[in-house]
Design a protein around this ligand. Sequence first.
Ligand code: ADP
Ligand code: MG
Length: 450
Amino acid sequence: MLFTCEQRGPMNIGKTILKLLKDEISEIDYERYIKQIDFCTENSKSDLARFLAPNMLVANWVKTKYSNKIAHLFEAKTGVRPEIEIRVHKKGSEKSIEKAEAATTHKPPVTHSLLNPSYTFDNFVLGKSNEFAYTAAKSVAENPGKVYNPLFIYGGVGLGKTHLLQAIGNLNQDQGKSVIYTTVEQFINDFTRHLRNKTMDRFREKYRLCDLLLIDDIQFLSGKEQTQEEFFHTFEELRNAQKQIILTADRKPKEIAGIVDRLQNRFEWGLIADVQPPELETKIAIIKKKCEINLVNLDNDVVDYIATVIDTNAREIEGILSKLHAYSKMMNKELTLDFTKDVLKDHIKEKRENITVEDIMKVVSKELNIKTSEIRSKSRTKNIVYARRIAIYLTRTLTQNTMPELAKYYGMKDHTSVSHTMKAIAKLLKEETDFKLKIDELTNKITANT
Ligand code: ADP
Ligand code: MG
């Protein structure tokens, strides 16, 4: 559901939320960070609130420190806890885009994301772990529609899939080609909206007439049969016209459940490239590259230390840099190794608290002797349902995931199903001591393991 003007009210909801936040936080943080971000009405939905920040430091600071609070304020105000997205965007340019969209009224509003201009091939650090995907992406970017179609990039979180995807987009957009970058979620929303408004001809015009269609996180197409049907035809038409399709996912096409066969087959028609976790040298090089882009100066010993603190996920790097930068400014101190260690002490602790869905699945699966694939399936078998409900409860209580994210992960209809599960488990916990003990035991095992 998109926010309509009515829902935004006289003042947009984002502004209201930021105003509420102002009362809850320190003046320094408000002046320095919150004041600098703008709510992006056009691209926000009830389950996704997007804000624009003038630079990466502000974006990361707000994201790390306040996204939970912001989500909570939204939930209190609207009943839905949205995902909070803070994008870097120069002030004014979004407005001009909105204006441009409004001016061309015969065209549907563009709901796909803007490309991040820093996600380029030049800014991508090559290592053994990503060499294959990089080479494949580069050759597709230079010969769209001619070499591998589609290109399918898969791998774990934070390993550079979106970066590569957008690098292809940036290169071609700079050459004047029409590029659509979208997440599956946005694609589904767009599809639903056009279907509802009976404007499917516009939807088709938009997605079938582009030169390159880049779709991120295609695994979320799982179980969305109607959208798959439409996407199948989009795919066929683009491919027949030698237009390039590039897809990313967190796993191989064959491992994505709930995708119709003919589509799954087509995902394998071109080239499948994986990205692996970076080796230490690659991590160090990525940190240096991020420092260069963000004009942060760090000594080599500090860079090496950061590389050992983070595990595989490069997503952490920008958060760490902005944290270091902000702390050193606030305390007026040099970014020495000792200072870095001191600042990151909290980060390491936070990480320990930062349990992932996978950690939980591993423990629940082992302890209850149910396969993780079964936990995530739609099976109604009693012990599988039991394990699934426990997993959902633990994920919701131990991680930062929102209810819509959990619904997606566990293949449920929507967040209300998650909410029902939470209520049912809370009731059991109150009424049954044995059950509470089991949950405590699982919680201990999960926190001990991470
Ligand atoms: P994914 O889509 O695989 O989850 P992203 O593409 O979003 O990962 O990458 C997360 C962050 O790490 C981004 O800021 C990206 O620029 C950075 N990153 C990941 N791999 C590399 C790399 N090889 N070189 C430079 N930056 C990288
Ligand atoms: Mg991604």
